[in-house]
Design a protein around this ligand. Structure first.
Ligand code: AP5
Ligand code: MG
Length: 215
């Protein structure tokens, strides 16, 4: 069973690699960031709440985020595994996930920790463009779409994320170091963490990840 967490700082490539891994293994890609952005787009009360934190680069409160993931993991399509991107991000979330994943009989089997130096993260975030429709990430230099401004996967328009500016990125990185990085020690104790080099060519990285995920 593949019950996977993709971990790493903003810009490490969680979304990019998640899409490639889940299309290979045919398991759902669960990104709390994407779920919040969808709620913002639909102008729901959850979206309004999430936006007040995301626009400052701060984490959305645990109880809200945990509730959202709990509902998502209980869906039928997670019965053969799932890949979490951007969750958990705090110790409270990690502990809740341990309980939740055991309740549904799908305990975490692998944590893939994507390592990228900070100067590269900043360049990636500032040059990132995302599909307005499906959220697929691109980069103005490193990962261009086939047609400029158009998503290869769904034909949607490519735009810049609102939180992809230097000031917000600074808080996002601070939140990562303070709240999320310590989770690597939490999962190391469970013996499920493998580090990968997130600066590698994406096809080579996918091969590394497939080797890690091999049963
Ligand atoms: P979220 O959407 O999760 O954003 P993030 O963690 O800041 O990470 P990013 O999506 O910015 O980066 P990524 O690692 O996905 O990189 P990507 O693949 O795009 O969260 C946003 C906000 O939502 C948070 O700040 C918080 O407010 C809230 N939130 C979400 N989850 C929460 C939670 N659990 N609790 C509380 N709050 C929560 O790649 C980046 C760029 O690099 C792209 O342009 C890509 O093309 C390029 N790239 C990637 N890999 C490579 C490579 N190997 N070679 C060359 N280019 C590459
Ligand atoms: Mg992402």
């Amino acid at each position: 069973m593949k019950n996977i967490i993709l971990m790493g700082p903003p810009g490490a490539g969680k979304g990019t690699n998640a899409k490639r891994i889940t299309s290979f293994y045919k398991i759902p890609h669960i990104s709390t960031g994407d779920m919040f952005r969808e709620a913002i787009k639909n102008k729901t009360p959850l979206g309004e709440l999430a936006n007040s934190y995301m626009s400052k680069g701060l984490l959305v409160p645990d109880e809200v985020t945990i509730g959202l993931v709990k509902e998502r993991l209980s869906k039928d399509d997670c019965k053969d595994g799932y890949l979490l991107d951007g969750f958990p991000r705090t110790l409270v979330q990690a502990e809740a996930l341990t309980k939740l994943s055991e309740e549904i009989n799908r305990p975490i089997t692998s944590v893939i920790n994507i390592i990228v130096p900070e100067d590269i993260l900043i360049d990636r975030i500032c040059g990132r463009r995302v599909c307005k429709v499906c959220g697929a990430p691109y980069h103005v230099r490193n990962l261009k779409p086939k047609v400029e401004g158009v998503c290869d996967l769904c034909g949607g328009e490519l735009v810049q994320r609102k939180d992809d500016n230097e000031e917000t990125l600074k808080s996002r990185l601070e939140e990562y170091h303070k709240q999320t990085e310590p989770l690597i020690a939490y999962y190391n104790k469970l013996g499920v963490v493998t580090d990968v080099d997130g600066t590698k060519d994406l096809d080579l990285l996918l091969e590394d990840i497939k080797t890690i995920l091999k049963d």
